[in-house]
Design a protein around this ligand. Sequence first.
Ligand SMILES: *[C@@H]1O[C@H](CO)[C@@H](O)[C@H](O)[C@H]1NC(C)=O
Ligand SMILES: *[C@@H]1O[C@H](CO)[C@@H](O)[C@H](O)[C@H]1NC(C)=O
Ligand SMILES: *[C@@H]1O[C@H](CO)[C@@H](O)[C@H](O)[C@H]1NC(C)=O
Ligand SMILES: *[C@@H]1O[C@H](CO)[C@@H](O)[C@H](O)[C@H]1NC(C)=O
Ligand SMILES: *[C@@H]1O[C@H](CO)[C@@H](O)[C@H](O)[C@H]1NC(C)=O
Ligand SMILES: *[C@@H]1O[C@H](CO)[C@@H](O)[C@H](O)[C@H]1NC(C)=O
Length: 842
Amino acid sequence: MVFNIWHFSALTVFMLIVCFDRTVHAQYYEVHRTKLDQLVWCNTLQAEQYKCLNFTVALERDRALFDDLYFNVTCHLGFNTEECIQLIDSEKAHMMSLDAGEVFIAGRYNSLIPIMQEGLEGGFTNYYAVAVVKQGTIPEVTSIRDLRGKKACFSEVGSQAGWTIPVYMLQKEGGMEIVDCNNHVKSAINFFGKSCAVNSLTNKYNPIGDNSDRLCAICTGKVPGGKCTSADPYAGFEGAFRCLLEAGDVAFLKHTTVNEMIDSKQFKSVTADRFELMCTDGQRRPLSEYRQCNWGLVPSHALVTSSARTSEERKRYQQFLMKAVNLYSSKPVINTTNPLSDKRYDGFNTFDRNSDDKYYDQSQFKDFANPSLDRDQDRYDRFGNTRYNGFANIDSAFGPERNLTEGNDTQLYERFELFESKRYGGRLNLMFQDAARNLVPIKEEDQSFGGYLGHSLGQILEVRQCPVGRMTLCVTSDPELEKCVKMRTALKAQLIKPEMNCYKAHSHINCMQAIQSGVADVTVLDASDVYTAGLRHDLIPFISEIYNLGEPEYYVVALAKEEDPDTELTYLKGKYTCHSGINTAAGWVYPLAYLISNGWIRPYGCDSIRAAAEYFTKSCVPGAISTEYNTGVPYDNMCDLCHGASYRYCRRDASEDYYGHTGAFRCLVEGGGHVAFVKHTTVSENTGGKRREWWARNTLNDDFELLCPDGTRADLKDFKTCNLGKVKANAVVTRGGLGFNETQVNAYMNLFTYAQQYYGRKELDSFGFSMFYSNPPYHDLIFQDATRQLQMIPPEKRRYDLYLGGDFMRARRITDCESGAKRSTISISVVAACVLYLYVYV
Ligand SMILES: *[C@@H]1O[C@H](CO)[C@@H](O)[C@H](O)[C@H]1NC(C)=O
Ligand SMILES: *[C@@H]1O[C@H](CO)[C@@H](O)[C@H](O)[C@H]1NC(C)=O
Ligand SMILES: *[C@@H]1O[C@H](CO)[C@@H](O)[C@H](O)[C@H]1NC(C)=O
Ligand SMILES: *[C@@H]1O[C@H](CO)[C@@H](O)[C@H](O)[C@H]1NC(C)=O
Ligand SMILES: *[C@@H]1O[C@H](CO)[C@@H](O)[C@H](O)[C@H]1NC(C)=O
Ligand SMILES: *[C@@H]1O[C@H](CO)[C@@H](O)[C@H](O)[C@H]1NC(C)=O
């Protein structure tokens, strides 16, 4: 008995353990499941939201039929497609269907991936892009070139059939010029007359805000907010059809749109024979001949989700949706008269429902950026033979399960139809295209925008091409090269064209040579280097930096420590001096011109290096002993204060700590200098905790004073009255003279315009890149950190002398023997240019 009780207790304990164990596991499982079972569908229209809600009702009703495949679908109404894409990207929503062109946007700029594609009538996963006109109208248009100036109706900017393909074809064969490498919308604005392409004024397609409203002119949405957005009645393929009917000359549609719209009975007394297709050769054909008369083939709409979903989760989505199609699609899938080609249809007979991974093989599309027609053909053949297997579930919709699943409940409620939209208030194509017949899973390795788009990606990229392929930026040090590479990556992320490359030269002069010879294309130079570049290397400035003056200028100031009252500008003999670099405007040309022309130091002809070397005791003048910048006698005391170790010592680039305006200031703060010649923003850029390196940590604005030309001192804020002159800001230069190419210069300007639009803010963006910021301990890499924006230099000022102005030219002549010697030739060429100018313009 004792034994029995013992036995019994042991059994109880055992049972308890087992039960407890199971409960814990079950709970865990439950939690896990619930999380996974949520599927938030993102919708962009109220009508779409209604349909989605109906879908959820149907799902709940039929929950049992889904077994393990069930998802608790909830519906979110987003503001527009862009918002939905972002919600899915941040995993606040999970799914939506997108046009092929939008799949590109969602995949390229966000991390969405397509996991299923709509299967259309006949089992196809492609449709044709067509141009539709009203029968007998615009007879003067006999080739697509003649579409110039016509009123066009696009479904929306970014849509594959309704935007990209027409723009692609017109660029290729219709004479549409590329107006702006980074905004192809402008090409269409320039080509067409008043038209409707919704979203042509949104930030995404109008990043610098200078699009004209021509492609919104005939849209009819309500102002504000509704016109020319996806809420416009002319938005989408249906909207483009409506636009054609009411206002346009030509509409860019799917080959099925016209019939869908006629069938929807929204337009009384409108019949399909009132429309015809316009082929790319200019011919007109009846609507039914879209196979012979189309503008291109487009992958059907795709369902996208976040790439963060695991492959298991994606499979579950696919299975769930296939089951949903199975239950909620009653439209006939297959018609034996195949709309595309009989060959492809053969595949149907070879279908094998047990084979999940034999849908199709797209491995030949891996190199998606280089599409070819051959491969395209290949795709069809493959599609015909194997892709069809994806339809494993179609069959069941008509098989015995169908009768089982429907039971005779069918009589009790209205059936939910996945691929039908008209009962939700007149709009078509809600959640899915109404032309869809089923959903085809995309194989895992093709679940990327490139894998799905195949050759269509080529068209998208082609439309964004730029006649100028690349722009090589020349830099002079490793830290600059590193920043340049970061900038290149950042620009690439935004697809900014032309592509930027980086080239490191050993000096600014070497950069000038590289640009002149075509090895590089642009570099950013100090005013005084702009002079050298123009005079000796035929380079022209075309973009300038703007600091806090609102004009591309700054003041040259002389700084001293407040605690050192003995230093004054009129008597610097024997002092220690800090200069941004040899032959820089603020660090050399202006101070030396001042000292020499006022007779404070002996000029030695025009040998300013000797003048300085004999007058100052020690200095840091980066570049002073470089044979590139000083062809005369080297004076070692000109580098005595410099800080750079080994090869960096006294180099005229960012590798020398005391190079540049901030470097000269640092030389004053910690290097023993009595005076530093810098630009008026330098102190405030570096004091008061703005720079965290030790040398700047405890410096304050009022530790320093300005030295005025009259020998007095002034507060830092008085730079406008106490300075050595005003000089032009640093500028971006490129080839002028015989190497000048206007297309290139315009493309470079365009690149910098968009670059600063995306990366011109002071705060670091998500890529950790800002053009006008340099990672400590460096400063002023490529661009000055004080830059607030870049400004295009007007064409009539794109010459070094015209850009720099008379004051600078005089100052430089005082300090530079070479320019002095060449003065006569410059004057002659300037005179000649002026005469030519007068001759041309009078
Ligand atoms: C589905 O999810 C929503 C939101 O989480 C919840 O309120 C609802 O009860 C769930 N429905 C089912 C049937 O689980
Ligand atoms: C199916 O093919 C027949 C011709 O065989 C055609 O008359 C009919 O309109 C087609 N049906 C659909 C839905 O395309
Ligand atoms: C399914 O139901 C349809 C009528 O709704 C009937 O014609 C068909 O024969 C049924 N199929 C089976 C396998 O019972
Ligand atoms: C529903 O099914 C039952 C048998 O399961 C049958 O007797 C009844 O006639 C059916 N009703 C309809 C409307 O088909
Ligand atoms: C779906 O919603 C619409 C209105 O939003 C309604 O008329 C319809 O009956 C609902 N049910 C189904 C199954 O479509
Ligand atoms: C200008 O540059 C473009 C692109 O680099 C080139 O295609 C074009 O031929 C050049 N024009 C001249 C006049 O050299």
